[in-house]
Design a protein around this ligand. Structure first.
Ligand code: ZN
Length: 303
């Protein structure tokens, strides 16, 4: 099996079930390029493997994923031209171009189309989520067919309130939260619990955090018993229905809006930073107030 640095791949039942675990625990499983390239490789390897029927995507540590890695030294070294640790993926697929062209192409390949490819994987996929699932963490979860959550799971896209952005690159929010709830959650940065997400039809099962791994595996075993052709055509019937309802085109349109939003900030800033700054009215994440639960009977929850 391929050696990975930022993820782990576990195999069960003679390879019928593969479990991919995000494994940047000390960085709250923030997604940098190295992790995303490995994740894509692991998904495609599972897809290519005819023994594999179900893929679980989970995470080591107390946090599923805090989103894209914008600030760690490792992530910066991976994306800085001339750095000895420059990730090779930054020199292709638009990475050697400049301006909005560079950003649009790189985000298309590594954030948008990666996610869409995983959503259309020719296997049944289960997200196994615990702790916080913020911003781009949602993209990983939403790409999966079913979501199993620990009772401590919390979901939020905070890029509106913390980065001045209109959402993550894969804008599935209205399809998952509903249109009006998406506006509320994006305009406030508030979070929803696993129970809330189950009420929205987003989460299928909720288990105590310490039982999550075992219960998700049991659930995967139940699903893996179905004939592979039947399982794939069930998935595909739903995905094609959703695509005919406009899902695919809406995602493309919102990706373009996302790029416009980045370009706006880059145009305003001397250093070309592509997200908002405190002087723009966007508090830095270090000083931003904590993310709180979207409560129906208060303007802003106490905690
Ligand atoms: Zn972006």
């Amino acid at each position: 099996m391929t050696e990975y640095r930022y993820i782990e791949v576990q195999s069960y039942d003679n390879g019928q079930i593969q479990r991919i675990m995000l494994n940047r625990v000390s960085s709250r499983n923030a997604q940098h390029r190295g992790l995303l390239v490995e994740l894509d490789a692991a998904f495609l390897a599972a897809e290519a493997d005819d023994a594999c029927r179900v893929v679980i995507l989970g995470a080591n540590g107390p946090v599923f994923s805090s989103g894209h890695d914008l600030g760690s030294a490792e992530s910066k070294a991976m994306r800085t031209p001339g750095s000895p640790d420059l990730h090779p993926s930054y020199t292709v697929n638009g990475g050697s171009r400049s301006g909005a062209e560079n950003r649009m192409l790189q985000e298309w390949h590594h954030f948008f189309h990666n996610t869409l490819r995983w959503r259309n994987l020719r296997k049944i996929t289960l997200a196994q989520v615990n702790g916080t699932v913020f911003a781009a963490g949602l993209m990983l979860v939403w790409a999966c067919d079913l979501i199993v959550a620990a009772d401590d799971a919390v979901f939020a896209d905070v890029v509106g309130t913390r980065l001045g952005m209109c959402g993550v690159e894969y804008f599935a929010h209205p399809w998952e939260f509903g249109p009006r709830k998406t506006k509320e959650l994006m305009l406030t940065g508030d979070s929803v619990s696993a129970q809330d997400a189950a009420g929205m039809g987003m989460v299928s099962k909720i288990f105590p955090a310490d039982e999550l791994g075992e219960k998700t595996l049991e659930f995967a075993r139940r699903i893996s018993a179905l004939p592979t052709m039947t399982a794939l055509l069930i998935k595909e019937s739903v995905n094609q229905t959703q695509d005919n309802m406009g899902f695919h085109n809406a995602l493309q349109a919102c990706f373009t809006l996302h790029q416009l939003n980045h370009s706006h900030w880059a145009e305003l800033h001397d250093d070309k930073q592509t997200w908002g700054k405190p002087e723009d009215g966007v508090p830095s994440w270090r000083e931003a107030p904590p993310i709180v639960h979207a409560e129906i009977d208060s303007v802003r929850a106490e905690h």
